[in-house]
Design a protein. Sequence first.
Length: 98
Amino acid sequence: MKMTIEMPIVSECAVRECAYNVNDGCHARAITIGDGVHPGCDTYLGASLHTRNSKQTAGVGACKVSSCCHNDDYECGCDSIHVGYEKRTACCMSFEAR
């Protein structure tokens, strides 16, 4: 059984070393952002081999950064997010402090 869930998409990912990154797009089913304070991409998986599934676009399944203005009850309210680098760490670049 498949579920259809509305969630913000990861419209771009600049973290090319991630196993889910194919052609600057994230192809995980869903990602999790944050550790409660820092908006890191908890789904990041460093690997030399990349996923073969380039047909799906990742969504934001959960956001644990309560200080982000887009966070509403651990869910992201953006239409889409960008993932990139902040000090060599994969992060949500769409983070905005409340």
